[in-house]
Design a protein around this ligand. Structure first.
Ligand code: HEC
Ligand code: HEC
Ligand code: HEC
Ligand code: HEC
Length: 141
């Protein structure tokens, strides 16, 4: 009986969770393109960025058509589906077309560029820009 009551509460909670907010609050970024990471993994407070900080989804997610970003909720979110070039050492020596596909440069280009700009414009250090500031989670932790 106890178990049934629990299941019913669970069913209600599940059904009533608001749609469109299925996104994870926090994501541990762990791209399978890297069979073994050379750095600790990165904790990404997803919701903080679009909820508290108020950035548009399309600040980070994109699907380009004729040079225009037409991404909408439901389109691809996994970066490595498109940015699938795996080099993590001397990646800046790759030819430019390869660099655009490089996963590490794509992440660093998105995350670090915005953080640096934000810190500079607001005279703060709130957005992490050091390796240890982002790569905080040892694999297996
Ligand atoms: C500051 C950058 C950023 C913003 C803003 C952002 N996202 Fe994301 N989102 C990411 C990254 C990075 C991932 C992880 C991608 C990966 O693992 O390949 C992700 C993953 C996702 C996922 C898949 C994982 C999950 O949590 O379900 C969905 C769905 C998603 N985002 C939807 C959205 C929507 C909808 C918005 C706007 C309300 C949004 N995102 C805003 C960067 C962002
Ligand atoms: C549907 C495929 C696709 C997905 C998914 C995708 N990208 Fe991209 N991304 C592109 C294309 C195409 C470009 C444009 C490259 C160009 O300028 O020719 C691009 C450009 C970029 C650029 C600018 C690169 C430059 O040198 O101008 C960054 C940074 C970037 N993506 C990061 C990300 C991140 C981080 C994610 C995951 C949150 C992501 N992308 C998901 C296809 C994708
Ligand atoms: C468009 C701008 C923008 C992008 C893109 C962005 N961030 Fe941020 N992020 C911020 C700002 C602004 C803050 C500082 C918030 C504050 O004032 O505490 C921040 C804070 C953070 C923090 C510290 C907050 C905490 O609670 O620990 C982490 C970690 C972080 N970002 C990770 C990432 C990662 C990883 C990516 C790329 C997947 C990313 N961010 C992309 C703007 C951005
Ligand atoms: C703003 C956050 C941020 C900062 C700062 C940052 N990184 Fe990253 N880095 C990421 C994210 C996100 C990924 C993608 C991880 C994945 O795809 O699993 C990544 C991927 C990598 C990778 C490829 C994956 C691996 O573990 O082999 C390397 C290497 C790396 N970063 C090194 C560095 C170094 C060195 C620094 C300091 C000079 C640094 N990063 C600073 C967010 C950051």
């Amino acid at each position: 009986m106890k178990k049934l009551a629990f299941l019913m509460v669970f069913a209600i909670l599940f059904v009533s969770s608001p749609k469109g907010f299925a996104q994870e609050e926090e994501i541990i970024i762990n791209s399978s393109l890297y069979p073994k990471h050379t750095m600790p993994l990165v904790r990404f407070p997803h919701m903080l960025h679009f909820d508290d900080l108020g950035y548009d989804c399309t600040e980070c997610h994109h699907l380009y058509k004729n040079g225009e970003n037409i991404w909408t909720d439901g389109d691809e979110t996994s970066c490595q589906v498109c940015h699938n070039e795996p080099t993590v050492k001397n990646e800046k020596r790759l030819p430019p077309p390869q660099q655009k596909l490089n996963l590490k440069l794509s992440y660093h280009g998105l995350c670090i560029d915005c953080h640096r700009k934000y810190n500079h414009e607001n005279n703060t250090k709130a957005a992490p820009i050091t390796c240890q500031g982002c790569h905080t989670i040892k694999e297996g932790q």
